[in-house]
Design a protein. Structure first.
Length: 467
């Protein structure tokens, strides 16, 4: 059979509230054109994030009842620890309430004003946590990773030549090297095993630990199986174990590839770092056998980690993301190629060439998708990355809109509806106007900034020509 079906059926449903265009135009205006400000039940198809939005399985819901809420030494912790170590054999596994809490503890331990931390591309919370210590976060993805239209099987790879030069020049200031798998900010693109191995070899030469930001490790492993020579016959589980065998630690948001709604962890081999991390954990998260989580959350993660490496699930997951990407390409919508694991990224700079990067073309597209069909996507461009640490503004490398697909939540007809909305937005793309920011916080501004539409595009272009 060629049809790749959802390898599950639905036992419990959530209603969707269908809204009219007039209602949506009012609601987005009231939300200051920031999609994070919308009430989620005013959204029809929510592709804001794949984080914490997974549908849990019957086995996970059953696991919740098994959750043991003892303050210390809960059996749920030990089941969680065993499930993590089955895939990621680190000595110390420290639960946190989500990924950024693990990042906060790790950067608190290793970073500081003189430090420089390279990665393929840091996710925004990782970058913010590094910068909050006064350290510098450096992105060294391969050049293809910055070119949306350029197809490459492992576009998330670290540029190993640049990493080598960087370590030669700054090695003494580099406490850790990070690798984000898959590279979310660069389009959900995978990192090859050869690249992980290569990064590790350079780290060893300079005696620097390698830490994986591993939120989407299973999707990364499936890409390795499909695309990298020598891995086609290996099980995803074995590939996952090999990925982590090259690392000295990991940060994890369980809200992605552990198929749960909350949770994360920090895992390390180094005993002294782990001891200090647990001390910090107690200050802000909780006792080391629960971190920021309830025992039932730990149970759900333990089951989720078994389900995520199921290859029928991963085949369906990749096929459904690809289905959306290919349909958008057929319409003429430029996307980041190849399609990533958890999301389709639209190249808003190419779709809306009449807008300058600092007119926020990604925001313009995201707002248009909401008013047209109640679809919520996420700008990943100059709104998210344009503000510099000194408060100035620079265009980001790319102006993208991410449509992230929650795991096991939407069916193919939901995705067909998204495709139809795109047909309409594409037809009137020349009419979309830009946006300006009227209010913003100093950090992570995309979550709370207020926007105002600038003049309709035609007027806008005319004024720019005049001035
Ligand atoms: N690292 C990566 C690569 C991520 O994608 C995220 C979260 C985090 C770290 C932080 O984890 O949210 O549990 O604190 N990404 C979400 C997203 C928010 O929508 O891509 P967290």
């Amino acid at each position: 059979m060629d049809t790749i079906i959802e390898p599950f059926r639905i036992k419990s449903v959530e209603p969707l509230r269908l809204t009219s265009r007039a209602e949506r135009e009012r609601m987005i205006r009231d939300a200051h054109y920031n999609l994070f400000n919308l009430h989620a039940d005013d959204v029809i198809i929510d592709l804001l994030t794949d984080s914490g939005t997974s549908a849990m399985s019957a086995a996970q819901w059953a696991g919740l009842m098994r959750g043991d809420e003892s303050y210390a030494g809960s059996p749920s912790y030990f089941r969680f620890e065993e499930a993590v170590k089955e895939l990621m054999p680190f000595d110390h596994v420290i639960p946190t309430h989500q990924g950024r809490a693990a990042e906060r503890i790790l950067t608190g331990l290793v970073a500081g004003p003189e430090a420089k931390i390279p990665s393929n591309t840091h996710f925004d919370t990782t970058r913010a946590n590094i910068e909050a210590t006064g350290a510098e976060a450096v992105d060294l993805v391969i050049p293809a990773g910055r070119r949306p239209e350029h197809a490459h099987p492992f576009k998330g790879n670290m540029d190993l030549d640049r990493l080598e030069t960087f370590l030669d020049e700054h090695g003494a200031s580099v406490p850790i090297v990070m690798l984000t798998v898959t590279n979310n900010t660069g389009g959900g693109q995978p990192v090859s095993m050869a690249n992980i191995r290569g990064a590790k070899a350079l780290c060893e030469k300079h005696d620097v630990p390698l830490v994986l930001d591993a939120c989407r490790f299973a999707e990364n492993a499936y890409f390795i199986k499909q695309r990298e020579d020598g891995y086609g016959d290996r099980s995803v589980k074995r590939i996952v174990r090999e990925m982590f065998s090259h690392a000295d630690g990991m940060t994890m948001s369980a809200k992605k590839d552990a198929l749960v709604n909350i949770g994360g962890w920090l895992a390390l081999d180094d005993d002294a770092w782990a001891r200090e991390a647990r001390n910090q954990l107690i200050l802000t998260e909780g006792f080391p056998t629960y971190g920021g989580l309830a025992g039932r959350d730990l149970e759900a993660i333990a089951v989720g980690l078994q389900e995520i490496v199921d290859e029928d699930y991963l085949e369906y997951r990749m096929a459904s993301t690809r289905y959306l990407g290919e349909a958008l390409t057929d319409i003429g919508v430029p996307i980041v190629k190849p399609v990533g694991g958890h999301a389709v990224y639209i190249d808003a700079r190419r779709l809306l060439p009449h807008l300058d990067p600092l007119d926020y073309p990604g925001q313009a597209l995201a707002v248009a998708l909401y008013t047209t069909g109640g679809i919520r996507g996420c700008e990943i461009g100059s709104v998210m990355f344009g503000r510099q640490p000194d408060g100035s503004e620079e265009p980001a490398d790319m102006e993208l809109v991410r449509l992230a697909i929650p795991r096991r939540v939407y069916t193919q007809s939901h995705i067909d509806y998204v495709i139809e909305c795109f047909e309409e937005v594409y037809a009137r793309r020349d009419e979309l106007c830009g946006y300006e920011i009227t209010e913003e916080p100093p950090q992570l501004r995309h979550f709370t900034a207020h926007f105002r539409p600038t003049a309709p595009a035609a007027v806008h272009q005319a004024t720019q020509t005049e001035s």
